[in-house]
Design a protein around this ligand. Structure first.
Ligand code: HEC
Length: 151
């Protein structure tokens, strides 16, 4: 009986160690996934903005404008607490100033909505003119909450 309970204790300890062992990598994986999702969304917006700049007819800009709008709408959910990875340029201040961070997302959203509305009206010149306005709003957040490039 003594032997059996020793095994049970050993098993419980091993299981506990396993559970603890799993927690940290799980969080690291969530952080890595969040980092990838947000950088993909941001790069997607940058690419779409560049295509609008080169577009030759207004119709071709609608989809890219909507891509930016959809990517910006996702941002609020892509910065879970603690999601700083080694590659991440996110500043820790994001999580101590979350209301301000979200206000900066909302400001870009407003400009992206205008971009979509302008593209849908078919006014190519006005759509192109709205791109730097959107990017300026993106950069307001970058100046506050994105650190210097890594490497
Ligand atoms: C509310 C803040 C915020 C807004 C709004 C925002 N960004 Fe970002 N952006 C960040 C942060 C923070 C990072 C760094 C994320 C990281 O590395 O974890 C980043 C990273 C990037 C990157 C680099 C991706 C990479 O490869 O590392 C690009 C490109 C980018 N943003 C473009 C944009 C564009 C275009 C917009 C507007 C349509 C935009 N961002 C809006 C905060 C923001």
């Amino acid at each position: 009986m003594k032997f059996l309970s020793a095994i049970l204790v050993a098993t419980a300890v091993a299981f506990g160690a396993l559970t603890i062992g799993f927690t940290a990598p799980g969080q690291a994986q969530d952080a890595a996934a969040a980092w990838k999702a947000r950088t993909d969304a941001m790069k997607g917006s940058g690419g779409a903005a560049a295509r609008i700049n080169k577009a030759e007819d207004a119709k071709a800009t609608v989809e890219d404008a909507k891509t930016i709008q959809a990517n910006v709408a996702k941002l609020g959910g892509l910065f879970p607490a603690g999601s700083i990875t080694p590659e991440s340029r996110a500043k820790p201040e994001i999580w101590t100033n979350m209301d301000d961070f979200k206000a900066k997302i909302a400001a870009v959203q407003k400009e992206a909505d205008t971009l979509v509305a302008t593209a849908e009206k078919g006014d190519l010149a006005a759509t192109k003119a709205q791109v730097p306005v959107v990017i300026a709003a993106c950069n307001v957040c970058h100046s506050a909450y994105r650190g210097p490039a890594k490497q």
